[in-house]
Ligand binder design. Structure first.
Ligand SMILES: [Fe+2]
Ligand SMILES: [Fe+2]
Length: 419
């Protein structure tokens, strides 16, 4: 596309570039929403299943069958494995479409929630469509596929091949699926850049990941205002809660409880804001734990429990990478700590736990008890009170427990519905 600075056409192209940049950054934001179903369908940790999925031409029956055989119930009895593979194979079209639709729709919603243009949402919604109509979720064909989605679809598959096998296999894959998965035009530009440009050199550089922010199209820089950062925290809370059917709106509710108690105790507004964000993001580390473990109906094995216990550390690592969120990373990561040192992940004791961290820990427990679980209804306030009081001062902060129970008994907690 020719461009002359300031012409309507170049302005259009610039807005495309910005929409594309954010579509690429957010394209996987709906991934958590099908995690529980994938773990259940494949009877295994869904994370490698998802990684491997990108490396398969699932429109080709032999490859799709082999993929299922290698990924379903790994290590399980052969009969059970065969039964599941057959079941998934028979339902392949419907199941695949559903799983991709859930993911893409959720990703598009997250981009809308963050205020990005509809063009970004449509690119995310349609990035798994194929040029020949064999893709999902809508079976769009050729020019029906939004232009930015064609670029995103090729980029995500090429990146998966590049990361797994290196540049030559990524080029071969695009060459092989040219005109089938990918448009001739986008494939042509990609292959030319890969073979003659500096694509692989840039991708292989030591700072490829950390330099992403410098690649934001300069003509439309999105500023991280406090309001936008609040939205980012809210959007990620949705992503976190979508990971498990048991935690619908858990993070939002923990945030509301934490903020109410913090305010009640007289902390100033900046602390309340940080506490809200800490509540929204405290379980972000759960995205790194298999849904198979998080949603296991029975008792966890010691190894599985050890996996679960890692999530606050992962929360800390993630939040620490984001400078505006660093101020509450330690608070968020301490939400399973107890005053007597019996909590996790660091076994901190009363002396080491700040009041904001103690409030968040109590809010997290209160929210869990007041929400429905598959094995029990929401607990009434009297029952929650007696549980919290039984650990008051020994394991839970007395001041936080008292403040929270006062607010709850006076009906002053305004929480989003748990279901
Ligand atoms: Fe947690
Ligand atoms: Fe939690």
């Amino acid at each position: 596309m020719p461009s002359g600075s300031g012409s309507p056409r170049s302005t259009g192209r610039r807005s495309h570039r910005s929409a594309l940049f954010y579509a690429l950054l957010l394209k996987d934001s709906g991934c958590s929403s099908n995690a529980a179903r994938m773990a259940a369908l494949f009877d295994t940790d869904e994370r490698p299943v998802k990684r491997n999925f990108r490396l398969v031409d699932w429109t080709r029956l032999p490859q799709a069958t082999l993929y299922l055989w290698e990924n379903v119930s790994p290590g399980g009895p052969v009969f059970e494995k065969a039964r599941r593979v057959l079941g998934l194979g028979l339902r392949r079209v419907g199941t695949g479409r559903d799983l991709i639709e859930i993911r893409c729709e959720r990703g598009a919603d997250i981009s809308r929630l963050l205020g990005f243009p509809e063009e970004t949402a449509r690119a995310i919604r349609s990035l798994d469509e194929h040029w020949d109509g064999s893709g999902y979720p809508d079976g769009l064909r050729g020019e029906e596929i939004p232009f930015l989605a064609r670029i995103c679809g090729l980029a995500q598959t090429a990146e998966a091949f590049y990361s797994a096998y290196g540049p030559r296999r990524a080029e071969e894959m695009v060459e092989g699926r040219r005109g089938r998965w990918f448009s001739l035009e986008v494939s042509g530009v990609f292959l030319q850049e890969a073979r003659e440009g500096r694509l692989w050199e840039t991708l292989g550089g030591p700072r490829a990941g950390s330099e992403v922010s410098f690649r934001e199209p300069p003509e439309r820089v999105v500023i991280g205002t406090p309001e936008r950062l609040d939205l980012v925290a809210r959007a990620f809370a949705r992503i976190i809660d979508a990971k498990s059917p048991c935690t619908f709106r858990h993070s939002e509710r923990v945030a509301a409880i934490t903020a109410a108690v913090t305010e009640y105790m007289g902390f100033p507004e900046p602390v309340v804001r940080d506490q809200t964000r800490a509540g929204l993001l405290h379980d972000i580390g759960k995205l790194g734990v298999s849904s198979r473990i998080l949603d296991k109906p029975g008792k966890l094995t010691p190894a599985e429990f050890a996996e679960v216990r890692k999530h606050p550390a992962l929360t800390h690592n993630v939040l620490n990478l984001v400078s505006p969120f660093r101020s509450f990373a330690a608070t968020a990561a301490a939400h399973h700590e107890k005053l007597d040192g019996s909590g996790y992940h660091r076994g901190l004791t009363a002396r080491e736990l700040s009041l904001p961290a103690r409030i968040l820990a109590v809010a997290d427990i209160y929210e869990a008890l007041s929400s429905e679980r598959p094995y029990r209804p929401p607990m009434p306030l009297e029952r929650i009170s007696s549980i919290l009081r039984s650990e008051r001062e020994t394991r839970l902060c007395a001041e936080s427990v008292d403040a929270l129970l006062t607010l709850a008994s006076e009906d002053r907690l305004e929480l989003p519905e748990a279901v």
